[in-house]
Design a protein. Structure first.
Length: 271
C-alpha cells in the first residue's frame, strides 16, 4: 500500500490497516518519522513563544538602564548609585556598576525564570536554566561570563545595547532548526511508546487467536498512532505538561484491537 492509502486508512478505514503488516519495515519507520515531526511542532511553538517573551522583557529592562560606557574593562556611569535589580516573567536582570553584587549572587537569582543576567562592574554574566543538563551539553556550563576587555563588549555602550535589542529579530530559519533539533527526542519517545504498545498488542492479538508476529504488530500500530498523535499534538500546543505518551498508547491500542478483527484467525486443531 502507498503512504496515501495507509494515511487515509488510519483516519477513515481502519480495516485497510490490516494490510499494513505486509508493508516494508522501512516504510513504517519513515511514517514514524513523519509522526515525530508532528509531535515536535508544539515544542517549537513554545520555544518561539519564549523567545518572543524574552525579547519583550529585554526591551522593558533596557529602558531602565542608565547611560554607561566601558572604560578599562569596567562599566562607567555618572554615579555608582545607579545600580538596580529588575525582574520580569522571564528574566532577572542586575545592573551593578558599583560592584556590590558578585557572580554567585546572579546565579542564585535564577529561580523560576528563563534567564538571570547581570551587567556587573567588570564582566557580564548570563545564567541559563539547566534542565536535564541541556545547557551544560551545549555550552559546557549553564553560567556564561563575558569580559568587558574583549569584543563585542569592549566597546559596549547603553545606546548600542538598546539599539541592538530593538533591531534583534528571530531569523526565518530558526523554526526549522528547532524542528530538526526536536525531532530526535520526539522520535525516540514515540518509538519507545509504540514499541511497548506493539508488545501489548501482540499479546492480546495472540489471545484473540489472530495470526500475527511482533514486527507485523509494530508496523500496524505505527499507522494506528496517526489519530492519537494528531490529538496529542493539538493538546500539547495548549497543555505542554500533558502526558501524551499514555494518550497515544491507549488510543493506538484501541484502534489496533479494531484492526485485529480483520487479521486471519489461528485455527485450533479439532479432535
Amino acid at each position: 500500500m502507498t503512504f496515501r492509502q495507509l494515511f487515509k486508512g488510519s483516519l477513515f478505514r481502519f480495516e485497510d490497516l490490516s494490510q499494513a503488516r505486509s508493508t516494508p519495515f522501512w516504510k513504517s519507520i519513515v511514517y514514524l518519522i513523519g509522526l515525530s515531526v508532528l509531535l515536535a511542532i508544539p515544542t517549537v511553538y513554545q520555544a518561539l513563544q519564549v523567545m518572543t517573551q524574552i525579547k519583550t522583557d529585554s526591551l522593558k529592562i533596557v529602558q531602565k538602564v542608565p547611560d554607561f560606557e566601558i572604560e578599562d574593562g569596567q562599566i562607567k556611569t555618572e554615579s555608582n548609585d545607579q545600580g538596580f535589580i529588575y525582574q520580569t516573567d522571564s528574566i532577572i536582570f542586575t545592573f551593578d556598576p558599583a560592584g556590590k553584587r558578585s557572580q554567585k549572587d546572579v546565579e542564585k537569582d535564577l529561580v523560576g525564570n528563563y534567564f538571570s543576567v547581570g551587567l556587573l562592574k567588570s564582566k557580564a554574566v548570563v545564567v541559563l536554566p539547566d534542565y536535564g543538563g541541556i545547557s551544560s551539553t551545549m555550552f559546557g556550563d549553564n553560567v556564561l561570563t563575558f569580559s568587558y576587555k574583549q569584543e563585542p563588549l569592549k566597546s559596549l555602550t547603553s545606546e548600542k545595547l538598546k539599539s541592538g535589542l530593538e533591531d534583534l529579530e528571530i531569523p526565518a530559519w530558526t523554526p526549522l532548526v528547532m524542528l530538526i533539533a526536536g525531532l530526535y527526542p520526539s522520535f525516540i519517545n514515540l518509538f519507545v511508546t509504540l514499541l511497548v504498545a506493539g508488545i501489548a498488542g501482540t499479546i492480546v492479538a495472540k489471545l484473540r487467536l489472530r495470526r500475527i508476529t511482533f514486527f507485523e504488530s509494530f508496523k500496524t500500530i505505527v499507522y494506528c498512532a496517526t489519530i492519537p498523535t494528531i490529538i496529542a499534538t493539538l493538546i500539547s500546543l495548549f497543555q505542554p505538561a500533558f502526558d501524551v505518551s499514555l494518550l497515544i498508547t491507549f488510543i493506538s491500542l484501541f484502534i489496533f484491537f479494531r484492526v485485529t478483527t480483520f487479521f486471519p484467525r489461528i485455527e485450533l486443531p479439532t479432535k
